[in-house]
Design a protein around this ligand. Sequence first.
Ligand code: PEP
Length: 246
Amino acid sequence: MRKKVIAGNWKMNKLASECGEFISRIIKDIDTDEKDVIICPTFLSISSAVNATAGTSVGIGAQNMHYEEKGAYTGEVSAEMIKEAGCKYVIIGHSERRKYYAETDDSISLKIKKAYETGLIPIMCIGESLEERESGETFNVLENQLVNALKPIETDENLIVAYEPVWAIGTGKTATDEQAQEACCFVRNTLKEIVGEKSDKIRILYGGSVNEKNIKALMAMPDIDGALVGGASLKDEFIKLVNYDK
Ligand code: PEP
């Protein structure tokens, strides 16, 4: 039985001063008994998020990292720095980074490898665009993203994959439960070809306009082990998302 994961991706939102206050307010109402809850604030808010979650089982993640340990990479942050700041997780290859910062499967592969070496759990994002879905390319896209990034490296069950159709991110347009299940099932079968039986333990999340109304049905799907949530994780609604089964 895979433990469910509800992860919030705050993107470039909330000041560090707002972060601690928000987490301290919602955390007492969040039920973490049977699931992993993760909050991914901006780099500058990681330390206040770590302080605000101290003594709880809520984990903190970064939204990106560099694959080199240190050096002349102006503006970048390494996996070691993220780990030292108290993170347990790191989002890698979010579609916004693929789109705006030219992230490729190759750089994503290097980042996942480095995250493993540093003891961080990577949350690897994959997903097709609307054009790709409409032209029947969804499975090819997902397969290429997985194979290109994971085949060259050692992967184990300490990987979280987030299936996030690009057309559903921040648009209010959620994939239907069946579309999300079909894609997550395909992801699991592809992972099996890449990593073998360990794939049964890898958690696969759905992401894309998840909210308090649609989460329950999505979580009931057999291959969906949780959600990566953007907009709704910034509001008190996040409590209801985490407690969807209560
Ligand atoms: C995301 O940023 O990964 C995401 C899924 O955003 P939203 O929930 O706002 O669609």
